[in-house]
Ligand binder design. Structure first.
Ligand code: SAH
Length: 362
């Protein structure tokens, strides 16, 4: 007995590939463009609803194609308006995506992997390890789903690749997703509205420097020295602070644009005046802005958030050295949607300690 032929997942195709597919079957490219518009511009994946496509074409496609779309399993809304969505993928794996309504514009924080291999010492996703890469369709699919879930179709929004995963560790699918999202026939999210955040995988960063689609760049630095960074961000043992900064200096920036350096502030670890001074020295001559992120503490993370005075003092030293600094307001903390808190509930519940917390806490 033969298996039924597997369907072509249109969610994995960039528009040119969709057009090529249509052409190869003797169909008009224009039809492919219409289909692409339905999926991305209108958020419609049901062929029957694509009313401007000929009925017989829809019938023929119905047996052959699918548009895999992440399914919302759960959503939580924070008192500050931030919303966290738990999404189930075709293979049952789950990821989290976050909508932040006003930062100052609307922002989606999306995932690029299930789990993460980078194992940063203060990050909950890092505790999961890497389960698998997301496909381009799954990365772009989060945006398709979020746009309608929070009712902002047609409005402008930003995207930050700061959810689960390390985008440069899933390079091809991430860049392909950005291409799909940027397509003028679809959601038309300009790369200028996208920020890719990375621990600094240098070979991939060098590759990114030559891409036609160039998102804004954020580097998770977190420490001014190898001694400290090596303890927090394991990959630093391979790509050290000086090399990361040198790569940033070489990175081709558009006019007026700057690289964001993220710095998770950990009490007694990287938050001293001395650390701030060393950071300022390191970034002198780099077109940069610093985003200080006071740790979002959680069970299982062996660090503490500095008190407000220490946070202010750190930021002030940077400002005194003429750096542009912002201190990230923590969003969605009450629903564990804050930075570094994305980890799917199933994994969280699988730990005995967490089970106990849940049992006694509710
Ligand atoms: N892997 C990428 C993107 C995902 S993490 C990267 O590392 O940049 C997005 C940001 O959240 C990173 O700067 C990360 O260091 C930060 N982060 C992780 N855990 C955190 C926590 N517990 N509190 C505050 N920020 C955290």
């Amino acid at each position: 007995m033969s298996e039924p032929p597997s369907r072509i997942d249109l969610a994995e195709l960039e528009r040119p590939a969709l057009e090529a597919l249509f052409e190869a079957r003797g169909l008009d490219r224009f039809r492919a463009r219409q289909l692409f518009r339905w999926i991305y511009r209108h958020g419609v994946v049901d062929l029957a609803a694509m009313t401007d496509l000929p009925r017989d074409l829809r019938a023929a496609l119905a047996d052959e194609v699918a548009v895999a779309t992440p399914h919302i399993v759960e959503r939580e809304r924070s008192s500050d308006g931030t919303e966290k969505l738990l999404l189930r993928l075709a293979d049952g794996r789950r990821i989290e995506s976050v909508f932040i309504p006003d930062t100052p514009s609307m922002t989606f924080c999306i995932s690029t992997q299930v789990g993460c291999a980078m194992a940063c010492a203060f990050c909950l996703t890092g505790k999961m390890g890497l389960v698998r890469n997301l496909t381009a369709g799954e990365i772009a699919g989060q945006v398709r789903v979020l746009v309608d879930a929070v009712h902002i179709r047609g409005k402008r929004f930003n995207i930050v690749l700061m959810g689960m995963g390390e985008p440069l560790h899933n390079y091809d699918e991430t860049l392909k997703a950005l291409g799909i999202l940027a397509d003028e026939e679809g959601l038309a999210v300009s790369p200028r509205r996208v920020t890719l955040s990375t621990v600094g995988l240098l070979p991939a960063l060098e590759r990114l420097a030559h891409e036609p689609i160039m998102p804004n760049l954020a580097i998770s630095l977190h420490a001014p020295t190898d001694a400290i960074r090596g303890e927090l961000v394991p990959i630093n043992r391979k790509y050290g602070v000086a090399d990361v900064i040198a790569a940033c200096k070489r990175f081709p920036l558009k006019k007026r644009s700057r690289i964001t350096f993220e710095y998770v502030l950990l009490a007694g670890v990287n938050d001293s005046v001395e650390d701030a001074k060393r950071l300022a020295k390191l970034l002198a001559g780099v077109k940069s802005k610093v985003n200080v992120i006071p740790l979002n503490a959680a069970a299982g993370i062996p660090f503490e958030r500095p008190d407000d005075d220490a946070i202010d003092r750190f930021a002030q030293v940077l400002a005194d050295h003429h750096l542009t600094v912002s201190v990230r307001k923590s969003r969605g903390r009450d629903i564990r949607a804050a930075c570094g808190q994305l980890i799917v509930e199933g994994e969280r519940r699988s730990s005995g300690q967490q089970l106990a917390t849940l049992a006694f806490g509710h």
